[in-house]
Design a protein around this ligand. Structure first.
Ligand code: FAD
Length: 342
């Protein structure tokens, strides 16, 4: 294992609130690392409604989920945060010498003086298709994400789904797999029309297969798949031999590992005070949709406010000797230098 990364603040979740926390921390000279299970920033805004308009962000009369994410990235760029995408934070422990250590499912270790949980509605996790016994194959021959394309070289790959993930991976894996079969229950797709066109052209050219139906059974042993059965609408069944299955059934939000970190919880939310937005564990803060307090509104603007007050409290932990002077970005040259505008 590699030696842990050391930083001032570790932020769990790169949704809008986690992103803005980088700004408030940065103004007060604290460096941040962000970790998110998604492969991109923006949380719910980017994953659930990138093209929908939001009307209640102060001073932005209308902005889409993706635009808001892009603007936040631009705003925090001067503070050069480090992003760790595709990582699920699984472990969080207090170090005897002070501070915390976080561990991810990908083996990343981060040591931080302060932890900010900005985990929103929980971590985005792939939906498991309703196929009996699929758990036995997960991580060995059934995968919900492609981490390394090489794993699929010269394999008989079956991809299930009709969205962008299913179509994108069909097109990306087709050149290196032995054979790719795409299975979807309808002959209509929710993916980019251009990807659907490319997929159909490959089928026309005999370079891959497309089948209508649903996967009903898996055949194999010791987690290694050898075939699947596909059931069509008319109940007829077809056996397809394959050794890799990639189901793309969308994502759901689950609280996930946050529940195991010894924090007080109230109906899957983390109670905090409204002065510092600190949890029951000193040095661990919770901001955005994941927290609860009297009067809480699950709005992006509430999370932004919470981030500002959290940063004031985090400063006392990261710089116990330093006095904090209240300053406006409009008039403080020292803040403007940090932002790279003075
Ligand atoms: P999230 O956006 O939920 O991000 C949390 C991130 O943390 C996720 O990416 C998740 O994968 C990650 N995460 C969690 N646990 C872990 C872990 N253990 N390891 C790694 N990563 C983890 N709000 C408004 O203010 N105005 C609106 O108009 C509005 N419209 C909305 C419309 C829709 C359809 C939806 C679904 C929501 C809307 N909201 C709106 C709500 C708004 O999107 C949320 O308040 C906001 O996204 C919360 O931000 P967040 O950063 O707290 O959490």
């Amino acid at each position: 294992t590699k030696s842990p990364i050391a930083t001032d603040v570790a932020i769990i979740g790169a949704g809008p609130v986690g992103l803005f926390a980088v700004f408030e921390l940065g103004l007060l000279d604290m460096k941040a690392h962000l970790i998110d299970i998604l492969d991109k920033p923006g949380g719910q805004c980017a994953e659930l409604y990138p093209e929908k308009p939001i009307y209640d962000i102060p001073a932005l009369p209308v902005v889409t989920g993706q635009e808001l994410t892009d603007r936040l990235l631009e705003q925090i760029a001067p503070f050069q945060p480090t992003f760790h995408y595709g990582h699920m934070v699984e472990r969080l422990e207090r170090l005897p010498e002070g501070g915390f250590r976080l561990g991810t499912d990908q083996g990343l270790e981060i040591e931080a003086k302060v932890v900010v949980i900005a985990a929103g509605g929980g971590s985005f996790q792939p939906k498991r298709p309703p196929i009996a016994g699929i758990e036995d194959y997960e991580g060995k021959s059934v995968f919900y994400a492609v981490r390394r394309m090489e794993e699929f070289r010269d394999r008989d790959v079956v991809i299930v789904g009709g969205g962008d993930s299913a179509l994108d991976w069909t097109l990306n894996l087709q050149p290196l797999a032995r054979r790719v079969t795409l299975i979807h229950r309808r002959d209509a797709f929710r993916a980019a029309p251009d990807s659907v066109k490319k997929m159909r052209a490959l089928v026309e050219a005999g370079k891959m297969d497309f089948m209508l139906g649903q996967v009903s059974t898996l055949t194999g042993s010791d987690g290694e798949l050898s075939a699947i059965t596909v059931r069509a609408d008319d109940k007829s069944e077809t056996l397809i031999s394959c050794d890799r299955l990639l189901p793309f059934f969308g994502l759901t939000m689950k609280l996930g590992p946050v529940a195991n970190w010894g924090l007080n919880l109230d109906e899957n939310l983390i109670p905090v005070d409204t002065e510092k937005f600190e949890t029951s564990e000193p040095g661990i803060f919770a901001i955005g949709d994941i927290n609860t307090y009297p009067g809480k509104l699950k709005l992006i603007l509430s999370g932004f406010h919470e981030a500002a007050l959290m940063a004031q409290a985090a400063h006392r932990i990261v710089y116990p000797e330093k006095r904090l002077v209240f300053q406006y970005t409009t008039s403080s040259t020292s803040l403007q230098k940090k932002l790279g505008v003075a």
